[in-house]
Design a protein around this ligand. Structure first.
Ligand SMILES: [Cu+2]
Length: 126
């Protein structure tokens, strides 16, 4: 029995390595050219991601008897999944009452005991 949980998501941090200006200017004799290239303006990338990045999707079908949602979803970063339409379980059956087919949603899915399960669900603005 395999149970793997990928709650980790890659947080890419770009470390800007400042390159030392290399001023090697040697041109013959008696020809010294002063070089000033020390002003490196670096764009700041200080945009922390939300701790639980929700994915976007559209509800295709609500199956209350089976406790499942069919969602056409965008990329699921935490599950490393491409956009597709697929069936999810829901963590809380009450989620099935919150949405209906055609609703735009934002959600978070996790692999629980091998079954992809919606653990967070909220309606998105249409
Ligand atoms: Cu999928």
């Amino acid at each position: 029995m395999k149970s793997f949980k990928t709650t980790l998501f890659a947080l890419t941090v770009f470390a800007c390595a400042a390159t030392a200006a290399h001023a090697a200017d040697q041109m013959g004799e008696g020809h010294a050219m002063p070089q000033m290239s020390g002003d490196h303006a670096m764009p700041q990338m200080a945009q922390p991601m939300a701790s639980a990045p929700l994915s976007e999707g559209v509800v295709r079908k609500v199956n209350k008897s089976a406790g499942k949602l069919t969602i056409k979803h965008g990329p699921l970063l935490n599950l490393d999944m491409m956009p597709m339409t697929m069936v999810f379980r829901v963590k809380d059956p009450a989620m099935l009452d919150q949405v209906k087919a055609g609703d735009n949603i934002r959600f978070l899915a996790e692999s629980i005991n091998g079954a992809l399960t919606v653990v967070t669900l909220e309606k998105a603005a249409p």
